[in-house]
Ligand binder design. Structure first.
Ligand SMILES: [Zn+2]
Length: 326
């Protein structure tokens, strides 16, 4: 197996910063990796730990990837690493006690790490219990905290850690990781987790576009939306549909303004053009707003069936006006 660090793509700046610090033996003992989900923060944490724990490092900043320790780190089973994440909705005070105990026991390996996922979800009591050891961990003992934004992390924790910012992944990195160059790359906004969710839901996306196709063909949108209406009662589908529709109408809007401009749903070119030709900018904005409202409806647990009814009425009105040339 290759060393974890060599498998990380698209985080060159933070990688360089960490490797330089490791080489100079100046890695901060408490680190905060900040960035959106799905951009490699956790993988980087395990990769850093692997460099320290490797039994046959190729250099001061390169794990061999082959030794027993390297393997156990890659499998997330190394006894020198404690991985912590929220229990229920928050990181609890018992978990802080467990971390303190882990760092106060005797050091058996070359180093040890506590990786804390979702570090923005410490409850205050748990954070307070940990502050002293976070401020000054024992020798060869490192904290790596992971969180999406600085704002969510308690100030008492933030001030005791050194921040390493992670950006979203470049398009070409996502393309090479996923081996594809289509709409998923555009819609994933540089996040692997989002890309994977989109891939799993390709079938749903086809349902949404199927409904849009029908909407163009038929004079009765109610018929066109029948399939969508069935599915829309499932909140997960409704949310996904709302997001796909927002991106699609955003594409249509852009195309109306700037013909030929680059769009997200590249594979839906003919559908896109049909919408550009059939509807006015005002109509498109109405559709877009409705897609946003649908997302809000999901989050507010509204009756989605009722919501769809209202939406259909609105579209029917629109089409009627079109036919009457109003
Ligand atoms: Zn090794």
């Amino acid at each position: 197996m290759a060393a974890l660090m060599s498998m990380i793509q698209g985080q060159d700046a933070v990688k360089k910063k960490l490797l330089t610090a490791i080489e100079k033996k100046r890695l901060p003992s408490s680190m905060l990796f900040l960035g959106p989900s799905g951009v490699g923060k956790q993988m980087m944490a395990w990769a850093v730990a692997q460099i320290f724990l490797c039994e046959n490092p190729s250099s001061s900043q390169e794990a061999c990837g082959q030794c027993g320790n390297c393997h156990r780190v890659a499998l997330h089973q190394n006894e020198n690493i404690l991985f912590v994440e929220p229990r229920g909705t928050a990181i609890q005070v018992e978990q802080s006690r467990q971390m303190i105990e882990f760092f106060s026991s005797r050091l058996w390996g070359k180093a040890r790490f506590i990786i804390i996922n979702e570090a923005h979800r410490f409850n205050v009591q748990a954070a307070n219990a940990l502050l002293k050891v976070l401020e000054e961990p024992p020798p060869e003992s490192y904290f790596i905290l992971l969180a999406p934004t600085k704002a969510g992390v308690l100030p008492t924790i933030r001030s005791r850690t050194q921040v390493f910012p992670f950006g979203t992944l470049p398009k070409k990195t996502l393309q090479s990781l996923l081996q594809r160059t289509d709409w998923v790359i555009e819609a994933a906004h540089g996040r692997m987790d989002l890309a994977q969710t989109l891939l799993e839901k390709e079938e749903w996306r086809q349902v949404v576009f199927g409904a849009l196709q029908e909407l163009l063909k038929t004079t009765s949108p109610r018929k066109a939306y029948a399939a969508l209406e069935e599915n829309i009662r499932d909140s997960e589908f409704a949310l996904f549909a709302a997001q796909v529709l927002q991106l699609f109408f955003r594409d249509v809007f852009l195309r109306k303004r700037v013909p030929g401009c680059s769009v997200i749903h590249k594979d839906q070119e003919s559908l896109l053009q049909a919408f550009v030709q059939t509807f006015s900018i005002e109509d498109i904005l109405t559709f877009f707003q409705q897609a946003i409202n649908l997302e809000k409806a999901v989050h507010s647990h509204w009756d989605k069936g009722l919501f769809m009814d209202q939406w259909l009425h609105q579209i029917e009105d629109l089409r009627t006006h079109q036919r009457e040339g109003v």
